[in-house]
Design a binder for this molecule. Structure first.
Ligand SMILES: CC(C)(COP(=O)(O)OP(=O)(O)OC[C@H]1O[C@@H](n2cnc3c(N)ncnc32)[C@H](O)[C@@H]1OP(=O)(O)O)[C@@H](O)C(=O)NCCC(=O)NCCS
Length: 139
């Protein structure tokens, strides 16, 4: 991330910003505000975002079983800022946080074309005991 940008973890989630980013990244119509803050606080071990000023450009979170297993979900980068390393940067930050909390198995599922994105992400897999397990989407 360049000097004017920042990776933040466990920041105060803004429901509208995450909802809009999610819809933009997945290319769907904006369906309105989803209760991201409540979901994250209830189900997620940690989350990470890339910010330019106050603007959220990338996001990911890790849900967990309360023990050694986490699941990486909703990796999204604003379409105008993709292929600049932001996706891997937020994944790396979330992996670090999960590892620090005792997570030893990190799961993720993804479409086949994203194999290189996850496999080459810094710290993912196999850094200091955090290990991934790939679960491919059902055909
Ligand atoms: C997938 C996504 C999060 C990647 O974020 P990003 O910031 O663009 O990715 P990075 O710049 O960190 O990519 C690093 C490397 O991963 C691989 N990669 C990233 N996106 C890729 C894509 N769409 N297809 C193939 N490889 C990809 C490349 O090897 C890339 O390196 P390169 O740019 O030097 O070729 C982003 O494209 C996105 O939000 N997509 C829509 C939502 C989505 O599908 N999320 C994944 C859910 S599992």
């Amino acid at each position: 991330m360049d000097k004017s940008g920042q990776i933040r973890t466990d920041f105060a989630p803004q429901d509208e910003a995450i909802s809009r980013l999610h819809a933009l990244a997945f290319g769907g119509d904006y369906q309105g505000v989803a209760p991201w803050g409540e979901r994250l606080r209830r189900h997620s071990l940690t989350w990470a975002g890339a910010f330019l000023g106050d603007d959220l450009l990338a996001f990911v979170h890790v849900v967990w079983d309360g023990g050694a297993h986490g699941f990486l979900l909703d990796t999204v980068v604003h379409p105008s800022h993709q292929r600049k390393g932001l996706g891997q940067a937020v994944v790396a930050a979330a992996v670090d946080q999960a590892r620090a909390a005792g997570c030893r198995w990190l799961h993720v599922d993804y479409e086949p074309h994203l194999e290189a994105f996850y496999w080459s992400a810094p710290g993912f897999p196999d850094r200091d005991g955090v290990t991934k397990q790939i679960m491919r989407p059902h055909p």
